[in-house]
Design a protein around this ligand. Structure first.
Ligand SMILES: [Zn+2]
Length: 106
């Protein structure tokens, strides 16, 4: 099964396809903005899909950071570095959602 693009867990079942592709971009940790690959299509598992659909950005970001930590990424437990990572993740998700994505079954 495909991995979820939000939390990195396997088992993505939904695909978000942006309608406004020009507005979709990704920001790296260094603040560099790049166009998102795959035309900004994001795969989501059931849980992340629920968070996206209810606009629960706070829990979506928390889930993404926990997923990254489980996957072996150096995610700090707290402090300014974690806040910075959360901000970058939130900016990326907000940018994706600004593309008014439609939701499809994978
Ligand atoms: Zn997920």
């Amino acid at each position: 099964m495909s991995p979820c693009d939000f939390c990195s867990s396997s088992g993505a079942r939904w695909l978000y396809v942006p309608q406004d592709r020009a507005t979709v971009a990704l920001m790296t940790d260094n603040g560099v903005v790049n166009p998102i690959p795959n035309d900004g299509r994001w795969r989501a598992c059931d849980l992340c899909s629920d968070l996206v659909d209810t606009d629960d950005m706070e829990n979506l970001v928390a889930r993404c950071l926990i997923g990254a930590r489980i996957a072996g990424a150096p995610v700090p437990e707290g402090g300014p570095l974690l806040e910075h990572m959360a901000m970058v993740v939130m900016a990326n998700f907000a940018t994706v959602l600004a593309g008014r994505p439609t939701k499809e079954r994978l």
